[in-house]
Design a protein around this ligand. Structure first.
Ligand SMILES: [Zn+2]
Length: 148
């Protein structure tokens, strides 16, 4: 067995979910020790990446029957890059795939514009979320995970 076939060490594995589109959709999350493990894991999935602190593989919108999918995406995070900017960036990718599958559908012309790989939108949401988090924390606010 070659080195590329050895699964990189996953420190944590869990799923997150939302029913915002009217369907319960879940996303699998893997946390790795470092960026090299994230890259190796993505390469094992056939992604051509050289370096990354976080990566999202999304499957939902490409699947003919997304309702049968257990997870619509896998978010891979490096422990060394767990910040609100990165989390928001990767969640945006996963959310775009779910949004497309549930709200646009494959036949939609929006497919030309919303394919989940929309880096500009992911960076916009990540950068703005990271900056907002930073400014609020600087002013003494604690940012909870939700407001329920
Ligand atoms: Zn991205």
């Amino acid at each position: 067995m070659g080195a590329a076939l050895i699964a990189p060490g996953i420190l944590h594995r869990f799923s997150i979910s939302s029913s915002a589109t009217g369907f319960r959709r879940s996303v699998l999350v893997h946390v790795y020790a470092d960026k090299a493990d994230v890259v190796r894991s993505a390469q094992n999935y056939g992604m051509a990446v050289d370096s990354a602190g976080a990566i999202t593989n999304s499957f939902g919108y490409r699947h003919p029957a997304p309702e049968h999918m257990r997870h619509m995406a896998v978010i891979r995070l490096a422990e060394s890059q767990l910040d609100s900017n990165t989390l928001a960036h990767e969640v945006t990718h996963a959310a775009l795939h779910i949004y497309f599958a549930d709200c646009c559908k494959w036949e939609s012309r929006a497919r030309a514009h919303i394919d989940g790989a929309n880096e500009e939108l992911a960076y916009l949401v990540g950068d703005l979320t990271g900056s907002l988090h930073f400014e609020l924390r600087k002013r003494g606010y604690f940012i909870s995970s939700d407001s329920y």
